[in-house]
Design a protein around this ligand. Structure first.
Ligand SMILES: Cc1ncc(COP(=O)(O)O)c(C=O)c1O
Length: 739
């Protein structure tokens, strides 16, 4: 894939320079940027705006007042404030302050309700607030707050279109810290003799901005890395070698992989090869005997536990799991190592019972089983000193703190406390040395550092006008008209039921040729309106009937979002994972739509039908209708930082999205082809543009020179309206929707 400079025609070049860069994309970006600047009156002037309070507003400011004007005064007039000289003016000022207070209160109440509606008050409570504009503000540790809507508007102004991923690297460091502290606390509370080492499994997110963050924090937090493939191992071994921090090699290993591990040990890394099968011990010994190695990796064994995890990945554990060795096989490995006089190399016992383990009791059972094996195995292997618990700590995507698949019924503190307690007990029972505990947690470390942003476009199924009744209108259409007029809270069950029957009968009559296209259109339009009215009525009922709520649950509008599910949240498609989602703005306004999200791929699977929520996951997302074609209305999918980058696919050739990474002003920009964008003195982003049409075509083996030649030949043959250079420029464009 050719690495094109971020500037060329893709919007990051200062405007003055763009004109030197003719071509369709620079032209398109300019058009978008300037119309955005003209039409978007809601963009706050400054980034970030005031950080807001929880959740809500800066007390005393009235939403909608221009910052800097005194509430209640007409800009440009000076109120008379001399005591005793102008009583009516003083009263008026007092009334204005009262009115402001009331407005601020009702704004705060509306925002509160909105946070509950989306579950933001639960899953987003640690990092999201709303500001006085009703925008979501993301606050990552040690960083200035970022108004996500204002940032998106500003990016659009600079020609950077959705979709993109906004990354907050300090969230990763914070999670690493929290995990370390949780273990430190549990170790102290249990007077545990071993320590804890965190290991980052590269498979969870290999993006450079993520790995760099982990690597930077590694020394301070004594963090290791786990590699499950040759490229991951190459990446890990290229990092500075820290004597105390481990490099764990998991996954299936051929001789070359084994040699790489030996080489990494010679480079100064503390390497442990985890044997996944009995064959691998032979491969290890073969490679050991190949050379007179200067340094040798230690060895671990992965145990196949009978205990299973819970949730979607429970088959990673248990007897039928594809991974690990039974105890019989472990003992065979030990014998084989002993026969080669290498059993002193065995230092680690590993197990992993699956990702996103939802129930703490499953963890407890697995740890107890693993710790028992560890304690007994120590007799055979004097150097055994690490117990590697794998990953699996669940992320509370829906904020419910339950054993639901999108949640986990424990905190990091509870996890650490349970683990340390179980291992302490198991070791005490047989008087075994207490191991250093390793965790290979990935999801919980990186999930919440990333937000995927798409902008919402059109609502499919908008209410259209219905033609006036005619003299000879069909009886059923007339019935629907009457139903629409008379349906209310008292008769909603009966009338809505009838309306469904009338509509179904109309469709049947049309199929048999007894109803005209015009009449069918009328029936559909009327039914559509009845449904919209019922939705409103149902909101006022404390106990709406199940039949109606089921029906409404299925039949919502579809909102088109400018992204590809397959690229940005592939797990939502492949395993129905739910991600929390919320609009970035209008949190002081009640939404009027119940919508599913459809993406821009030509695939009916490109639809998000379930959204994380603490009470019950939602079959739709409450959303606002755009006020007009110029309003920017953005949607955020949160906690997309784990696995989504590596599992992303290019369905329809919608490729890698732009990356917008919050940096400290002192940071160097490190991603190839990225640019530094300073929005305020404290708010610096590193922006890497996503894959162009050319990039995704190249990934499918079409060399660009050939495509250019084909295009040129086509243009030689025929006259076109937009011309050759316009078509050529498209190769450099971002494949997602422009305005
Ligand atoms: C061996 C191993 N370690 C660690 C992990 C990371 O797990 P998680 O992201 O659930 O923490 C995985 C992922 O499934 C794994 O297979």
């Amino acid at each position: 894939m050719r690495n094109l400079g971020a500037g060329a025609g893709r919007g990051l070049v200062p405007r003055a320079h763009r004109s030197h860069n003719p071509g369709p994309m620079s032209h398109a970006s300019d058009v978008e940027a300037s119309s955005e600047a003209q039409t978007n009156s809601e963009a706050p002037d400054v980034l970030p705006p005031s950080s807001g309070t929880t959740p809500g507003t800066t007390p005393g400011t009235t939403p909608g007042t221009t910052p800097g004007t005194t509430p209640g005064t007409t800009p440009g007039t000076t109120p008379d404030t001399t005591p005793g000289t102008n009583l009516p003016a003083v009263e008026a000022a007092g009334a204005a302050i009262e009115a402001d207070k009331r407005a601020a209160q009702s704004h705060a109440l509306a925002v509160d309700a909105s946070f509950k509606r989306y579950g933001l008050d639960r899953w987003g409570k640690d990092f999201l607030r709303s500001n006085e504009h009703g925008h979501l503000v993301f606050t990552a540790p040690n960083c200035p707050p970022v108004d996500l809507h204002a940032l998106s508007v500003e990016l659009a102004r600079r020609g950077i279109r959705t979709p993109y991923v906004i990354r907050f690297p300090t969230m990763i460091e914070k999670q690493m810290d929290t995990l370390k502290s949780a273990f430190a606390k549990a170790i102290a509370e249990n007077s545990y003799q071993g320590g804890h080492i965190g290991v980052y499994p590269l498979k969870v997110n290999q993006r450079r901005s993520v790995v760099d963050t982990v690597v930077k924090a590694r020394e301070r937090l004594n963090y290791g890395m786990e590699a499950g493939s040759k490229p991951e191992l190459l990446l890990a071994m290229a990092q500075p070698a820290l004597k105390q921090s481990l490099l764990i090699c998991n996954g299936y290993k051929d001789r070359e992989f084994m040699r790489m591990a030996f080489h990494a040990a010679e480079l100064g890394h503390h390497v442990i090869i985890v044997l996944e099968s009995t064959r691998e011990v032979r491969r290890y010994l073969d490679v050991l005997n190949e050379q007179d190695w200067i340094a040798k990796p230690e060895v671990g064994v992965r145990a196949k536990l009978y205990s299973r995890g819970s949730g979607r990945w429970q088959s990673s554990g248990g007897e039928s799991s594809k991974f690990g060795l039974t105890t019989n096989e472990i003992l065979a490995v030990v014998r084989e190592l002993a026969a080669a006089n290498m059993h002193g190399q065995l230092s680690l016992l590993h197990f992993h019972i699956g990702s996103q383990i939802t129930q703490i009791k499953r963890i407890k059972t697995a740890v107890r089983e693993g710790a028992r094996i560890y304690a007994d195995l120590q007799e055979h292997c004097p150097q055994l000193r690490y117990l590697d618990l794998g990953g699996g700590i669940g992320v509370d995507y829906d904020g419910s703190r339950t054993s639901y698949p999108s949640s986990a019924n424990y905190t990091l503190d509870e996890y650490a406390s349970q683990v340390v307690f179980e291992v302490t007990e198991a070791c005490l029972e047989v008087n075994a040395r207490q191991p250093t505990l390793l965790t290979e947690s990935g999801r919980v470390v990186v999930a919440n550092h990333a937000v995927t942003i798409a902008d919402l476009r059109e609502v499919q199924g908008e209410l259209l006008p219905v033609p006036e009744a005619t003299e000879d209108e069909h009886r059923l259409v007339d019935e629907l008209r009457e139903t629409l007029e008379n349906i209310n809270a008292k008769n909603v069950d009966e009338y809505f039921h009838d309306a469904i029957d009338f509509r179904d009968e109309c469709l049947q009559l049309f199929s048999r040729g007894y109803l005209s296209l015009q009449e069918r259109a009328c029936a559909e339009g009327l039914f559509h309106r009845i449904r919209a009215k019922v939705e409103k009525i149902v909101e006022t009922l404390s106990h709406p009937s199940e039949e109606i709520t089921d029906f409404l649950g299925k039949a919502q509008q579809k909102y088109l979002a400018n992204f590809s599910i397959f690229q940005s949240i592939p797990d939502a498609w492949s395993i129905d994972q739910v991600f929390p989602a919320a609009p970035l703005s209008r949190h002081a306004e009640k939404p009027t739509l119940h919508a599913q999200i459809v993406d821009i791929t030509c695939d009916s699977d490109g639809c998000v039908e379930t959204f994380a929520h603490p009470d019950e996951n939602l079959p739709y997302l409450p959303l606002h209708e755009r006020r007009g074609p110029d309003e920017k209305y953005y949607l955020g999918f949160f906690m997309t930082g784990a696995y989504q980058d590596s599992l992303a696919n290019v369905h329809n050739l919608f490729g890698r999205c732009h990356e917008v990474i919050l940096r400290s002003p002192d940071d160097d920009m490190v991603l190839p082809g990225s640019e530094r964008v300073e929005l305020t003195p404290t708010l610096t982003f590193e922006i890497k543009m996503g894959a162009t049409c050319e990039d995704t075509l190249s990934a499918m083996d079409f060399d660009v020179e050939r495509i250019i030649k084909w295009l040129r030949d086509r243009h030689l043959a025929v006259e076109t309206t937009l011309g050759e250079s316009w078509a050529m420029g498209l190769l450099q464009s971002y494949p997602y929707l422009a305005r």
